[in-house]
Design a protein around this ligand. Structure first.
Ligand SMILES: Nc1ncnc2c1ncn2[C@@H]1O[C@H](COP(=O)(O)OP(=O)(O)OP(=O)(O)O)[C@@H](O)[C@H]1O
Ligand SMILES: [Mg+2]
Length: 247
């Protein structure tokens, strides 16, 4: 569904992605782990075309997207739902209008169909009865769920999450991670999750990719990660173990 071939991204003289090659099969959940500033968000932005590679090739759904024009990229963006770190909801709109906004922009639907779809996605994130409330009146965890609902409402084939649980308490973190897994399975999406959290990655990822200073230093299944001798992977594993002990 997504394939990177030797993707390099430079900003001026600075190389941020240093020859990245990987692929994600349809329906898979891939976790991308790495320390701060290592290029994870830049990688996601290259998928949705907010940034373009300096060299190398990117394929989405078997189509090469590396050199698509802005206009041609619109159809690719329609396939990709991105969930940002912060919910970024419109404060002046109700939850219903926040979700309906994207639907109206992407599809020609009558009001009844919009109502039906909004109710469905709010059900998927376990948030019934919040349609008429305003985001500021909801807890941060609930806002995150609304933003998830808003993203899945447009039926993306690919879901991209940039640190969906950073800054959340352990219970909400668990809820969000389980939601990511359940949504991916129910909606048959291909999901990429940027995270610092090896503990969740081991629990829900099909594959895990560890990025360090713009290069892939480890890639494989949870079991393969657990056996890894790569120093950064071992650090992440150690952290995950300690986290598990404290909860
Ligand atoms: N548009 C840009 N122009 C110039 N430099 C950029 C741009 N976007 C990102 N960078 C640089 O690229 C590097 C990687 O950034 P990126 O945001 O991908 O890190 P990250 O792995 O997502 O980190 P974090 O975990 O803190 O979110 C950083 O040093 C950043 O300053
Ligand atoms: Mg980032």
């Amino acid at each position: 569904m997504i394939r990177f071939e030797n993707v390099v991204k430079k900003f001026g003289e600075r190389t941020v992605l240093n020859g990245i090659t990987f692929s994600v099969d349809a329906g898979e959940i891939l976790f991308i782990l790495g320390t701060s500033g290592t290029g994870k968000s830049v990688l996601l932005k290259n998928i949705v075309g907010l940034l373009r590679p300096t060299s190398g090739r990117i394929f989405i759904d078997d189509e090469e997207v590396t050199h698509l024009s802005e206009e041609e990229y619109l159809s690719i963006r329609k396939k990709c739902g991105m969930v940002f770190q912060h919910p970024a909801l419109f404060d002046s709109l109700t939850v219903f209008e926040n979700i309906a906004f994207g639907l109206r922009r992407h599809y020609q639907l009558d009001e009844e169909e919009i109502r039906r779809r909004v109710a469905r996605v709010l059900g998927l994130v376990n948030l019934p009865d919040v349609e008429e409330r305003f985001p500021a009146k909801l807890s941060y965890g609930m806002q995150k769920r609304v933003s998830l609902a808003r993203t899945v409402a447009i039926d993306p084939q690919i879901l991209l999450f940039d640190e969906p649980t950073t800054g959340l308490d352990p219970v909400t973190t668990n809820t969000i991670n389980n939601l990511i897994r359940d949504l991916s399975r129910t909606l048959h999406t291909t999901s990429l999750v940027v995270s610092h959290d090896m503990h969740c990655a081991l629990a829900i990822a099909d594959k895990i990719l560890v990025l360090d200073k713009g290069s892939i230093v480890a890639y494989g299944t949870a079991d393969e990660m657990k056996r890894s001798t790569q120093p950064l992977v071992k650090d992440f594993l150690q952290e995950a173990l300690e986290l598990a002990k404290t909860h």
